[in-house]
Design a protein. Structure first.
Length: 664
């Protein structure tokens, strides 16, 4: 195998998939073969591993009784021979549709060919014979080819049957299954069993005439099949040139991955088209590993799964040079780019947080909340959630006891924001200066600070965090309240919280599965949509514009992101580590693509190293005892009772080793 370039998508277990919709002529195989061959070459030039063409594309789907004419059958085989010859110099697998005579029966088939070899022939299983379809008049179902496991085609003895999986030996996660049109419209498509047998890319050669509303239904059908099967689903369709005697054709082609639409053709085009999409094979494999119900389905349908046979081949793609990813990768995976979807996400997350807190208060019988308000982002959002929870419970917002607790390095700005915020929300507001109690603790410790020596070490910082937490818990005891936690998912991931105190501990935390990048949008959304009625939104905007800082060391502007890296990058690292289990090299590849040159690979690697060091070693013991908190998104949480169970004393050597393989 050739060396693998870091900037080549195949190095990171992506596969470029193409769908061709050639201009066709009814019953003109030579013309159709030429059009198909041109798109085949175009797909190969684009670096595609696979290209799929329409059902019966070499003859055209609308030949009706012409399919029984020997001249048409032989013309189709001649066109196939031309494609087979062309494939000798192309690494790309091509899947073309053809009528094929087998044991005196005519079958609607897909022929899979690659590098001069016919890998297999797949007959259509389900023949529509209702409405405008009369396929049973011309064709037999593949299930009727009893005892036929191979056919002779163009001088090659070729596997025949619907239960075949074409496996790329040099791209192990690429496992291809083929079905034809109606097969996917049935209650249990053949591709469902193929997925259980290991197929990761499910291909459908289709014709599918168009009527009003059908395009949307196809889109849903293909998307849902890819989601149910945890697979990529590739759908081709007949288009320009098919007979319009009684039907019309729109040429809709689709590529979906695990429920997500990656590519779609333009419909009603009077020309040939080729679409491509880069499928993340590792994502699919990881989802199958993670979702235990997939494995259970394999066991329950073992008899059907065992009927599949694998046909091996080698793509021999050149991976020694760059091949850029042609796929949108969001910079902020927790935050939708589209404004309407982002607002919808914010509304749902906010309501999940509120519902979780409402239930906790209702079940405990507690009617008061104690919240530490720093004037920063996390405590601001926790207070906004608390206010809505009180509204839903029919309790006064005065039942929220907000305390701002300035210390040695609290800025005038954040103190002012904390007081303004509490006034705006209408909670009970108070201020407690923690410096006297901190000095007593430092004196008890024998810390040099009490003797006028400015030793601003971790003990000095944690004493302040501890005193704030101690006050909050005792205030909750005194007022019969519940301490509301404010720490977010990003901080938990990086261990950026003081163990047992500070933003690590509370009675209930509404932010624990919400990343920092999303909280920023949540606060802005609350401000813009006036979720809390007449609350002064300017104070929320001021909070958003405040530098993120622990404010624990006097005389210095402590920047959290200067210490642990930008949250924009760290949340990206967290998402792909937690949700997809990717190794550092793939995360760096995706992150560089997402930022399109705005982030140098050296900086991405530096920040990723901070993440690997903090996430995989030294922080898990904090996550192993976090308070209860609602999970808000499919991106995962770090609760030891939910998405993430890990030993507190594991090593990070394998992640660091992979990180070191990223070029500088």
């Amino acid at each position: 195998m050739t060396s693998m370039h870091f900037d080549n998508l195949y190095t990171h277990d992506f596969a470029r998939i193409a769908v061709g919709m050639p201009l066709c002529r009814v019953a003109d195989p030579a013309f159709n073969g030429e059009q198909t061959q041109a798109l085949f070459a175009e797909a190969a030039a684009a670096g595609a591993a696979l290209v799929a063409f329409p059902e019966l594309g070499l003859s055209a789907y609308t030949c009706d009784d012409l399919f029984h004419q020997r001249a048409l059958q032989e013309g189709c085989e001649a066109a196939l021979a031309g494609l087979l010859k062309a494939s000798q110099t192309l690494p790309t697998m091509a899947i073309v549709g053809i009528p094929l005579l087998v044991e005196h029966r005519l079958f609607n088939c897909a022929v899979v060919l690659q590098r001069g070899r016919i890998l297999g022939v797949v007959p259509k299983t389900y023949l529509p014979n209702y409405g405008e379809f009369y396929e049973a008049r011309q064709f037999g179902s593949g299930e009727e080819a009893l005892g036929v496991s191979s056919v002779s085609l163009l001088g090659q003895q070729v596997p025949f049957g619907s239960r075949q999986i074409f496996a790329a030996d040099d791209l192990p996660l690429l496992r291809v299954h083929v079905e034809i049109c109606e097969d996917v419209w049935t209650p249990i498509p053949p591709s469902s069993f193929a997925a259980l047998a290991g197929a990761t890319v499910l291909v459908n050669l289709s014709a599918s005439n168009v009527v009003v509303g059908k395009a949307g239904y196809r889109r849903q059908l293909v998307s849902q099949q890819s989601a149910r099967c945890l697979a990529a689903y590739v759908y081709s369709s007949a288009g320009p040139g098919e007979s319009t005697t009684d039907l019309a054709w729109d040429g809709q082609a689709l590529v979906c991955e695990n429920g997500e639409l990656l590519a779609e053709s333009a419909r009603f085009q009077r020309r040939s088209q080729l679409i491509t999409a880069d499928v993340d094979l590792e994502r699919l494999a990881h989802e199958r590993t993670r979702q235990t119900s997939f494995g259970q389905s394999v066991r329950l349908h073992a008899a059907a799964v065992k009927e599949f046979r694998q046909v091996g081949f080698e793509l021999k793609l050149d991976r020694s040079g760059p091949l850029a990813l042609q796929r949108r990768v969001e910079r902020f995976p927790y935050v939708p780019t589209d404004r309407s979807r982002r607002d919808e996400r914010c509304e749902e997350v906010y309501n999940i947080q509120v519902q979780g807190l409402v239930q906790r208060l209702a079940s405990s019988g507690i009617q008061k909340l104690v919240v530490g308000i720093s004037g920063g982002l996390d405590s601001t959002h926790a207070l906004l959630v608390a206010a809505r929870a009180m509204d839903q419970l029919g309790l006064p917002r005065a039942n929220i006891l907000g305390f701002t607790m300035p210390g040695y390095a609290t800025s005038t700005r954040t103190r002012d924001q904390a007081l303004r915020l509490m006034r705006a929300v209408g909670c009970t507001a108070a201020e407690i200066d923690i410096r006297p109690s901190c000095e007593q603790m430092l004196r008890d410790l024998g810390h040099p600070f009490v003797d006028g020596k400015p030793q601003y070490d971790i003990t000095f910082e944690n004493v302040q965090a501890g005193e704030r937490t101690s006050h909050l818990f005792r205030l909750a005891n005194f007022h019969h309240g519940l301490v509301l936690g404010t720490g977010d998912l990003s901080e938990l991931a990086l261990g950026w919280c003081t163990y047992g105190v500070g933003d690590h501990m509370s009675h209930y935390n509404v932010n624990a599965s919400v990343p920092k990048t999303l909280i920023q949008y949540l606060v802005r959304w609350v401000a813009e949509t006036q979720q809390l009625g007449g609350v002064d939104s300017q104070v929320l905007i001021d909070v958003l514009e405040t530098e993120i800082s622990p404010e624990l060391v006097p005389g210095s502007m402590q920047s959290t992101e200067a210490s642990i890296g930008p949250y924009a990058l760290q949340d990206f690292n967290l998402f792909y580590t937690l949700r997809h289990g990717y190794a550092p090299r793939k995360i760096a590849f995706l992150q560089r693509h997402a930022w399109e040159g705005e982030q140098a690979l050296t900086e991405i690697k530096r920040v990723l190293r901070v993440f690997v060091q903090r996430f995989f070693k030294g922080s898990q013991f904090k996550r192993s005892c976090v308070p209860n908190a609602p999970k808000v998104g499919s991106g995962g949480s770090l609760s030891p009772r939910g998405d993430w169970r890990a030993p507190s004393d594991s090593e990070n050597a394998v992640w660091l080793a992979d990180l070191d393989r990223i070029p500088d």
